[in-house]
Design a protein around this ligand. Structure first.
Ligand code: OXD
Ligand code: MN
Length: 595
């Protein structure tokens, strides 16, 4: 049960207690080695959980249970002693009660299974910005994904030493095996028994019942966003749902950009784009999470705490994201994609449909089938180091200095292509009122408009009113060093449903305008909602965009914005006296500008 490599008595004790509670058949301390990965994959192939892919070396396909296909926001809890600490946007159950419910579920839940202990680091091992977590899980699928998404292994135990701090993350799929009982290929608990629970006051994570993505790979949303956001507020830094990229101009000037977009709104595509404008270069630093701290020179520095990409597969293609396609050629895990007859994966939007596949539910599929072949939230898990344009500085312990922060969402109407905030406070207002049409990344209805402040609605580990205030306070500390803030919408459509903007690599045109704004080199016009490019300010060289589409993309429809004001007011009203006065002032100023 004990590990000879673990010198940390507290960790040894926690593992002992977890084993007494969950009653696994065996305990395995993960060392993060290739041999460990290969052994677990071979076991999963043997029992039919994983399918090796002939077309992609060392890559495997998994099919989840149809009830376990995305994050479960309705079953996700932020548990503090007082509900006000969790705030109006989080589900809350009082800690003793929630622990009572979950302890009952955890009792004997790993019967017939191996309990894996995964020491992992978010951020480069040993970096002053990194945090150590230890995930206990009964899912070998989780172990293999954690190998890719985080830094796992003995090095982490060494850094932890005898008395270092770690964040305990207890996970079970919630499917004990009785003697002789046959296992299913994706064991999990029914939805009403799933709990994804966070106890931020104790830096503790308990997850039960799901084996999928953010519900189960606890370093990602649970630790690096929900727990880390609460730690960051206490310690004076920021944990954000943001991509990080570096843009280099033809003259060699580097700009670093972070961007917050709700799940499945193209963060991975933007993080790896190939610019269509001549001479500009993008390097990827991260595609989902940024931890940002003020550096000794007063600027804001960002690191990517993750080591891999857990990207949405459908829609990813050599047209939309060639760098992601090259990142997943080997050593990758695919979940809920379709399996082709020549043993490769396929999904909607990849390229022409094959004449036959096995769909994500394991059934025969042809282009005539009425269902999709890959689930809309099918995913790839790939090492970040395999991205051909990963930045040489992506693991720099001190991070990269941020010049530009972008917010955005998926809006078919109203919101123009890009607007620059007048100042930091206006930028915080833009982030706090960000809205997007919902996607398949969460279980629930798709396509409804919801306010998703800072793209953190499902990921903020404390009262979001306090989170807004934290943003203002960071801006006050950054002063003149604060990054410039922009709001974008790549997803405008005509009344007939045609995309107005080509997106993908052409988004570099918008990024270029932002960089030139930072340097004061390009124009813009003041509008009620922010500074927009004049039609001549965007570099559209080589792009065949009808003049009328450009006009539409850069139009500010004051009446349409006015119609959204009541929704913004209702959204703000939810936060009661936690709403910073500076946000109410911003809303009043907007109303005035709209006339
Ligand atoms: C993700 C998400 O998996 O945001 O990154 O849902
Ligand atoms: Mn995400």
């Amino acid at each position: 049960m004990q590990s000879s490599k673990c010198q940390n008595a507290k960790l040894q004790q926690w593992v002992k207690e977890a084993a007494e509670l969950c009653r696994p058949e065996a305990i395995h301390w993960c060392d993060g080695s290739q041999a460990e990965y290969d052994t677990l994959m071979a076991q999963m192939v043997k029992v039919g959980m994983a399918t090796p892919l002939d077309k992609r070396p060392n890559s495997f396909l998994f099919r989840s249970d149809p009830s376990d296909v995305a994050r479960v926001e309705d079953r996700t809890y932020i548990s503090y002693p007082h509900q006000e600490q969790a705030g109006p946007t989080n589900n809350w159950i009082e800690p003793d009660k929630l622990k009572g419910i979950m302890l009952d579920l955890y009792k004997g839940c790993m019967a017939g299974r191996t309990m894996y202990v995964i020491p992992f680091s978010m951020g480069p091992v040993g970096s002053p910005l990194a945090k150590i977590g230890v995930e206990i899980t009964d899912s070998p699928y989780v172990v293999c994904n954690m190998h890719i998404m985080t830094r796992v292994g003995d090095r982490v135990l060494e850094v932890l030493g005898a008395d270092g701090e770690y964040i305990p993350c207890l996970h079970s799929i919630g499917a004990p095996l009785q003697p002789g009982q046959a296992d299913s290929s994706w064991p999990c608990a029914p939805i009403e028994q799933k709990y994804i629970s966070h106890f931020p006051a104790e830096n503790l994570i308990w997850s039960y019942g799901s084996g999928y993505g953010g519900n189960a790979l606890l370093g990602k949303k649970c630790l690096a966003l929900r727990i880390a956001s609460a730690v960051a507020r206490r310690e004076g830094w920021m944990a954000e749902h943001m991509l990080i990229l570096r843009l280099t101009s033809p003259e060699g000037r580097q700009y670093h950009v972070t961007g917050a977009f709700p799940s499945a709104c193209g963060k991975t595509n933007l993080a790896m784009l190939l610019p269509t404008i001549k001479g500009w270069k993008v390097e990827c630093i991260g595609d989902d999470i940024a931890w940002m701290k003020i550096g000794p020179d007063g600027r804001l520095y960002a690191i990517n705490p993750e080591a891999g990409f857990f990207g949405v597969a459908p829609g990813t293609s050599y047209d939309s994201n060639p760098m992601a396609m090259d990142s997943i050629k080997e050593n990758s895990i695919f979940t809920n994609c379709a399996l082709t007859d020549d043993s490769d994966v396929w999904w909607e939007g990849m390229n022409g449909a094959p004449s036959h596949t096995i769909d994500w539910k394991g059934r025969d599929w042809t282009p005539d089938s009425k269902d999709v072949a890959a689930h809309a939230n099918a995913r790839f898990t790939a090492p970040a180091s395999q991205c051909p344009i990963i930045s040489t500085d992506w693991e720099k312990p001190e991070g990269v200095p941020i010049d530009i922060i972008i917010f955005g969402g998926r809006r078919a109407s109203v919101v123009p292509l890009v607007a620059q905030a007048y100042d930091w406070d206006h930028g915080v207002f833009m982030g706090s009122t960000a809205a997007s049409e919902t996607t398949a990344a969460n279980i629930g209805a798709v396509g409804n408009l919801r306010r998703d402040p800072f793209a953190m609605l499902p990921f903020c580990g404390y009262n979001m009113g306090d989170y807004f205030q934290h943003w203002f306070e960071m801006g006050d500390r950054l002063g003149a060093h604060a990054p410039k803030v922009f709001y974008v919408n790549w997803f405008r459509k005509t009344a007939e449903g045609k995309w107005l903007w080509p997106g993908f690599g052409d988004n570099s045109r918008v990024l270029k305008w932002m960089c030139e704004r930072v340097d004061g080199k390009v124009g813009g016009r003041e509008t009620p909602i922010g500074i927009l490019p004049n039609e001549g300010d965007l570099d559209l060289t080589g792009l065949d965009l009808p003049a009328q589409d450009l006009q539409e993309l850069l139009k500010v429809d004051a009446a349409a914005y006015q119609a959204e004001v009541p929704d913004m007011e209702n959204h703000f009203a939810k936060f009661g006296d936690k709403l910073p006065g500076r946000l109410s002032a911003q809303l009043e100023a907007l109303k005035k500008r709209l006339g």
